[in-house]
Design a binder for this molecule. Sequence first.
Ligand code: SF4
Length: 79
Amino acid sequence: MADKSEIVPENVPGKYYVDKTCTPCHTCMEVANAATLLKYNEDETYVYFHKQPATPEETVIAEDALAICPTGAIGNDGE
Ligand code: SF4
């Protein structure tokens, strides 16, 4: 389970976040339209939420990414 005290710094504030356990394995980026919300950091060592979901469709993207992440790096209890 993702740890919001270990959030990567680029995440925009809000409910969804990526923590430092992102490898990155790239799996979440294969979710349809994942780039709407997630992107790689500059040296591609992890991904982060550059945008919080604002519509039901975007919430589905975030939840699908959370569900598919093999390391549990995505959380949905951020602030
Ligand atoms: S699926 Fe998880 S570990 Fe893989 S890139 Fe996405 S957040 Fe990182």
